[in-house]
Design a protein around this ligand. Structure first.
Ligand SMILES: NC(=O)c1ccc[n+]([C@@H]2O[C@H](COP(=O)([O-])OP(=O)(O)OC[C@H]3O[C@@H](n4cnc5c(N)ncnc54)[C@H](O)[C@@H]3O)[C@@H](O)[C@H]2O)c1
Length: 319
């Protein structure tokens, strides 16, 4: 089960995350089969991947030949059984509903060979929760990608209580081999590592917005131009060391008592969600959107991420 032999991947669920995960594996040299229960998702998957790949080509991050080869390595299947039959590594990116995940892990076993690794891209459910009805939970693991998965480097790898060490090692090797940054999360904590940090930050950001400390535009600008800028280069613990732990501990002690600490979703967010104002997908949320502005902002985001990725790949090769 060692990673160099894993090059046949199946991705189940080809929505926002699944199609990008399939693309990342195909661009990394793997042969990828995908399936989604929705005919619309199946029909559009190749088109979405082609469009993403053309972004890489347009920004000089991939040659046209490599993009075509990556697309050729991705195939949409007519059934889940067909997609997973010869897969060595299957990853699901289906609905974030515990019962759906449990049922998917239960039924997938009869469709795959005995040493196929089974992974979940769940944002919150551990395999302790989702693979609970699996007869062979020793091959179940969480691989948590970030949106957009074909661009964001980190993939959190979280073993369950029964996951074999060789499954974890092979999963980490596989993701590193396709150019991702696999991070081993040692404990099965809810939300894993990154989402806990993200939600801690979002609670405070929502609070500052609610209090009117700055406008939505200025909050986004301030965080992008400071923490966002710095964190793409130095991790938060390095930032503490370089700033000085003496300074950080003083700032921590001064500010912590004043930060938001309750656990309810703020009423203003609940009201927006109940009104259907969920953000870019509905045209309004914290900011307002038109279909054109969503497209423009998505392209701009992808373009900057591709350029950043190219820059950082160059750095890691030279450094
Ligand atoms: N959206 C994000 O930012 C993000 C980030 C990290 C992880 N995730 C996780 O990834 C998973 C997918 O999220 P998404 O944003 O891509 O959702 P999505 O709704 O865009 O896509 C889910 C796809 O799965 C399909 N599907 C649902 N149940 C299925 C089943 N039983 N079999 C086959 N196909 C099925 C749906 O038709 C849909 O196309 C979730 O577990 C989510 O928590 C999402």
């Amino acid at each position: 089960m060692s990673s160099p032999h894993i090059n046949k991947i199946a991705v189940i669920g080809l929505g926002r995350m699944g199609h990008g995960i399939a693309q990342a594996f195909a661009a990394g040299g793997c042969s990828v089969k995908g399936w989604d229960e929705s005919p619309t998702a199946r029909q559009s998957a190749r088109k979405r991947i082609r469009s993403n790949l053309s972004g890489f080509v347009n920004h000089g991050a991939m040659t046209d030949t490599d993009a075509t080869a990556a697309l050729d390595r991705f195939q949409v299947c007519n059934s889940q059984a067909e997609a997973v039959s010869d897969a060595q590594f299957v990853v699901e990116a289906i609905a974030e509903v515990r019962e759906v995940k449990v049922e998917w892990f239960r039924q997938i076993e009869s469709l795959i060979s005995s040493d196929t690794i089974v992974a979940s891209n769940s944002s919150t459910f551990t395999v302790r929760e989702s693979a609970v009805e699996m007869k062979t939970p020793e091959r179940a693991i969480v691989t948590h990608w970030f949106n957009p998965p074909h661009l964001v480097p980190t993939v959190e790898v979280v073993a369950g209580p029964n996951t074999k060490e060789e499954v974890t090692t092979a999963t980490i090797d596989l993701h590193n081999r396709i150019g991702k940054q696999a991070v081993r999360v040692n404990k099965e904590v809810p939300g894993f590592l990154v989402n806990r940090v993200q939600i801690a930050m979002i609670r405070e950001v929502w609070d500052l917005y609610e209090q009117g400390v700055a406008s939505a535009e200025d909050i986004d600008r301030a965080i992008r131009g400071s923490l966002g800028f710095r964190l793409s280069v130095c991790g938060p613990l390095s930032v503490c060391d370089f700033g000085g732990l003496d300074i950080w501990s003083a700032v921590y002690a001064r500010l912590i008592p004043d930060l938001r600490r309750d656990t309810d979703v703020p009423d203003w967010v609940t009201n927006l969600v109940e009104a259907g104002s969920c953000g870019a997908s509905s045209g309004d949320g914290i900011h307002d959107y038109t279909p054109e502005s969503v497209k423009d902002q998505s392209w701009q985001r992808d373009e900057l991420m591709i350029r950043l990725q190219t820059l950082m790949n160059g750095e890691s090769q030279t450094g």
